[in-house]
Write a protein that binds this ligand. Sequence first.
Ligand code: FUL
Length: 482
Amino acid sequence: MKKISIYTLWALVLLMACSKQSVPPPSPVLPVPSEEQLSWHEMELNAFIHFTTNTFTDLEWGYGDESPTVFYPSALDANQWVEAIKKAGFKGLILTCKHHDGFCLWPSQYTAHSMAASPYKSGQGDVVKEVSEACRNHGIKFGVYLSPWDRNHPGYGQPEYITYYRNQLKEVIDNYGPVFELWFDGANGGDGYYGGANEKRMIDRETYYDWPTTILQVRKMDTATLFFSDAGPDIRWCGNEAGYVSETNWNTLSPDTLYAGKSGVYDLLGTGSSDGNSWIPAEVDVSIRPGWFYHQSQDSLVKTPEQLFNIYLQSVGRGALLLLNIPPDRRGLLHENDLRSLAGFKAIIDNVFAINLALNATFYASNTRGNANEFCPDKLHDCNKDTYWATDDSVHRADLEIRLNSPQVVQYLVIQEYIKLGQRIKEFEIEALENDRWTTIAHGTTVGYKRIVQFDPVETNGLRLKMLDSKACPVLSNIEIY
Ligand code: FUL
């Protein structure tokens, strides 16, 4: 028999070690999010600020004939807004620089219907500047709502208005950018002042704005800006203004299918579609008050911290981003009642998610990709969003068992897919170990960026996440237990 030399043996050992390290990562399930969309997902909580002449006229939709002189906040303090939302855990702020009434919160060179004609700071004021600077100073990302519908502009409905709108977009981005998100409202066309015409003007929503050209214009100025509209292209509306996204929430959607069926648009916006050809995640916009603008009559109707937490679970907890509107009052300040609710909301979040029991738990997986260390279940509680557990390609059903050191009362399981490689999970179940028996305590469908599953409190020393169906091998980056 031929002898194996020490060198050959050494080479074999090396080869085995290398092959162990070289288990290939899962191929992405397309489409996947862009870098900007990934950062947007991680923001989770953003604030919406509705503020304009409506605040002073007690309206929700100004007709467009409001005198700029009505806009007169007595104690406007953008730092107060930004400090409050930052303290409550928000990462971005989107300001209504112009709502449907057409009044501009900055001194636009393209219209007289702006701050420059208001008594605020004797016509020298610039709310967009104040807010964008406060955001930058406090590390909050600044976003812009610029209503496509303009009930003041005489040219609305004609091509000249599109030029006006694009000029204003450029003006706002040039002067106050960077802008992380541009919010294009779907409410469009109807009656209005229109420079004194006082008539009804309807537009063809599909063609009038020529959005692709506008979007290209902005992309040339800032490649990082994300576009929100009903159908994207970067962020979609969740289909309602009540504070929730569908329990089944795919980040994927084929925009051209959205209006094809005529019915079910709102449902489709809520669910997305598992076979969608674009990554267009859902944003849940909802107001802390019944109205989008401040009305004194609604001071007692501010949502409670508990209601806000519920909204959080049905938006962020279902893989969407929550855009919570908090409208400043006539002083130009966030009202005390709203501040109280925000602080209470934050306190609930801090309290519920205070101690992550998964950190010291032991994880077991029914399958680990290539038995490789880099894909092992320990990656699920290593506090590193760039590592993940994955199964072999052929495995689309898998179980994760999480053993706690001692019995604990638990009520929430947080699951995060590693969405850089696409959204995969279609259905899952959660079991708890009670008196040595596994009992099903929750059932769900999609996961996505984040899924917070709330169940009846149960005392247990073990949970099992059963992934029942997945588009491809499951790839999870994080698990938390509270
Ligand atoms: C709607 C608008 O008509 C409301 O006034 C508000 O701005 C809300 C966020 O979007 O479509």
